[in-house]
Write a protein that binds this ligand. Sequence first.
Ligand SMILES: Nc1ncnc2c1ncn2[C@@H]1O[C@H](COP(=O)(O)OP(=O)(O)O)[C@@H](O)[C@H]1O
Ligand SMILES: [Mg+2]
Length: 454
Amino acid sequence: MLSARGLSILVTESSLMTVEPPVGIEPTTSRLQGECSGQLSYRGAEPSITAPGQRYPSGRLGIDTKKIYGDGVPPTRIVRHVPAGGKEVDTPMATVTYDKASRIYPGSDRPAVNELNLEIGDGEFLVLVGPSGCGKSTSLRMLAGLEDVDRGRILIEGKDVTNLPPKSRDIAMVFQNYALYPHMSVYENMAFALKLRKTPKAEIDRRVKEAAALLQLDEYLSRKPKALSGGQRQRVAMGRAIVREPQVFLMDEPLSNLDAKLRVQTRSQIATLQAKLGITTVYVTHDQVEAMTMGHRVAVMLDGVLQQCDTPRALYDTPDNIFVAGFIGSPAMNIKTVALTENGANFGSLAVPLTREQVAAAQGAEGKVTVGFRPEATDLVAPTEGGLPIVVDLVEDLGSDANVYGHAAMDEGSERFVVRTDRRNMPTMGETVFIKPQANQVHLFNAKTGLRIK
Ligand SMILES: Nc1ncnc2c1ncn2[C@@H]1O[C@H](COP(=O)(O)OP(=O)(O)O)[C@@H](O)[C@H]1O
Ligand SMILES: [Mg+2]
């Protein structure tokens, strides 16, 4: 394990430098492995020295204006602006730790956030996701210092910030309603916070221009917000956060004001930008697709309680409980509670075989077991192959493939199922088809606790 940003940069002159990346290293797409340990792992070799005095990579702002949003990986890497003098400069590290952090709003007896434990690695892009009201914004605002922490602690880079005011925390936040100042130009909007802090003019100018280049806003610096598109306004809001060069970025549903197409575009831009800047980022969304596509890791919350924090792949492959299983993936996993027999789960004509260990782990739930299978891991089979008959009541033709919805008569009434199918295989409404989950693609949960059975 190696945290490239922990390396120091040796600089010989005052400039913003761009450094060619050594071939084969792509630390910006680092994915966190395993549990919530917050350790970054990098693909490829150790970042090597590319030229005397230039080390790769570092975080933060740089120039190389044109290439930032080229297609795909940019040909240059960004090294932070550092003072002259040839000194070694440490790149700042920023891990974030929630240590049993709780928030109980006055007048409420139930915590909005309940003993949240989370370790976020330096440079990590962590997404908090969950349904409306589950405590995402509250968690973020506690980290920002905008909300009290009633129990537990919050640490940034190991330092307890629980009782520090927001301005002492070196974080920058992008909100859902990123109201720009309408009477100010793009430049002034981005410069505003720095002006308040009495940052020298030349420094403000440098930072605004760098951020504008990074966000492809150079041409619009003198425009007023009303003369910008929604996407450009969103980028100005990002720019306002970037110019502050914070230790941590916090973003609360920053894409919700954009239309669907722009949202998809902008989410990849934000992910790319985050990777380039290397700044630890906590990003809130209710949209599981956004979460899965952007996050190095995704923390799923429900009713103020963290359900699971893992890589997108692990959340999809091994959801810890029924909620995560149903929340991640679209259309949602088929999740049904059925009778548990000696050798399996009983769907009537469809039997899902279970091992003896699985049967043992399913005990304690009144002879039931909860079975989940994803639409895309379910096949339509011939009537003789032991599938479950369903009557088709809706077919969504997606062009490339189709979602087939239907219902089956089961012990406890009619149950709905959905199957993703090849479009050549598309049944018609009213037809009876036979569905069967693919072998080894079945998720099992204890019907009482809702917890995954290994
Ligand atoms: N200022 C507040 N006072 C009282 N209750 C609040 C306040 N802000 C949020 N809540 C409650 O706390 C819970 C979590 O809210 P929030 O963190 O905004 O959820 P999310 O961002 O996931 O939609 C909700 O039940 C919400 O009603
Ligand atoms: Mg919210």
